[in-house]
Design a protein around this ligand. Structure first.
Ligand SMILES: *Cc1c(COP(=O)(O)O)cnc(C)c1O
Length: 389
């Protein structure tokens, strides 16, 4: 008997032919940046644990205490007995972090993006989305059933033209990653906000990779660098799963927007709330981040160290953020390159379509605050060798 419908089996075979099969590779002993990957001790250069918070002793301690005090699970969704004082404490802390009137926890970045777009955007509205937005924003837009216009990456002229072409009375939503997850470049937030104001549009920002990395005071994300405060029509989404080292996500916005999410966001309403150990880790991570800028500073120091080490090897690589794409183009070649680096003890994942556009397969490397200058220099040398420069 067939174990899969045949179109599905054929689709998998096609992926295999194109060398695009995704593969799960278990890690043991994650003492980042060193990890053991299928028995081999390597240095991890693809983690989003930018500040090393997943292993921070004080955060682990806070998480363990909450586990002992509250148990392993909440027993329900937020609106049905699943809200602990820890959840509301974290939401109050998020308001301070982001400088917004209100904030709401979601169970993951994926769920936040799907939940926000499907709840707030109505069928007759128009969504203007950067072509390189994260898949969860694409899925959320689809669920809203609104008209979707994808503009070329960062192309403000096209965006403006499309905004101008849309009737003034139609509600408009500009949706963008702030730090693009596979390219590491930055959305032009000042310009996007000006367009939003001019065309009476809302701005939805996904700060997943910017939280803890950008922001002069609280390190709360790229929006903080604009100094524009908390306008009513800007909705900031972020995650606890990257620089904050744990799991979960948040939306920071006006009181009215958060109220609408509580009433209508299905991924918020119909899912068991985050467990106390996770919420306590998030709270401790947020407080540490807000009170101590040294982790973020160390991260940026490492970004600069890598950029100059790469330059010494003849590699001119962009470094707008800790995410550094090394463009290869061909998928098989990218996989080969990643394999060569792995043999030398460096784990960098090759990223292929459909995660990135056709013909733009790449190595996506990330730096963290925990890498040493020696590890970074060794990587730059190995990279130059693997790329044949
Ligand atoms: C990782 C990521 C998400 C998903 O967040 P999770 O908490 O991992 O579900 C959403 N948006 C962007 C831009 C991301 O990079």
């Amino acid at each position: 008997m067939d174990t899969l419908p045949s179109p599905l089996r054929q689709a998998i075979e096609r992926l295999a032919e194109k060398r695009r099969l995704r593969q799960i590779r278990p890690i043991t002993q994650p003492e980042r940046p060193a990890i053991t990957l299928q028995g081999q001790r390597v240095i991890d250069f693809c983690s989003n644990d930018y500040l090393g918070f997943s292993q921070h002793p004080a955060i682990i301690q806070a998480s363990m205490e909450a586990l002992a005090q509250y148990g392993t699970g909440t027993g329900g969704a937020r609106l049905i007995g699943g809200t602990l004082d820890l959840h509301t404490e974290l939401e109050a802390e998020l308001c301070r972090f982001k400088g917004t009137e209100a904030a709401l926890i979601f169970n993951s970045g994926y769920q936040a993006n799907v939940g926000v777009l499907s709840a707030l955007v109505a069928r007759g509205d128009v969504i203007f989305a950067d072509r390189l937005n994260h898949a969860s924003l694409v899925d959320g837009a689809q669920l809203s059933r609104a008209k979707r216009i994808r503009y070329p990456h960062g192309d403000l002229a096209t965006l403006e033209k499309r905004l101008a072409d849309t009737p003034a009375t139609t509600p408009k939503w500009i949706v963008t990653d702030t730090v693009f997850s596979m390219d590491g470049d930055l959305a032009p937030l000042h310009a996007l906000y000006s367009l939003a104001e001019r065309y009476n549009a809302w701005l939805i920002l996904d700060e997943a990779h910017a939280t803890g990395v950008f922001g002069p005071t609280h390190r709360s994300g790229l929006w903080e660098t604009t100094g524009l405060g908390a306008p009513a029509r800007v909705i900031q989404i972020g995650t606890f799963s990257k620089a904050l080292g744990s799991f979960g996500a948040y939306v920071a916005a006006s009181r009215d927007v958060v109220e609408a999410l509580i009433q209508f966001s299905r991924s918020f309403i119909y899912s068991t709330s985050l467990p106390p150990s996770v919420v306590a880790a998030n709270l401790a991570a947020l407080r540490l981040l807000m009170s101590d800028g040294r982790y973020t500073q160390a991260l940026w120091e490492n970004v600069r160290t890598f950029q100059s080490a790469a330059a010494m090897q003849g590699l001119q690589l962009p470094a707008h953020s800790p995410i550094i794409p090394i463009l290869i183009g061909d998928a098989a070649q990218a996989v080969q390159c990643a394999a060569t680096l792995l043999e030398k003890g460096f784990y960098i994942q090759a990223i292929r379509p459909p995660t990135v556009p056709e013909g733009t397969s790449r190595l996506r490397m990330t730096l963290t605050a925990k890498h040493t200058p020696e590890q970074i220099h060794a990587l730059a040398t190995a990279l130059a060798c693997a790329l044949g420069t």
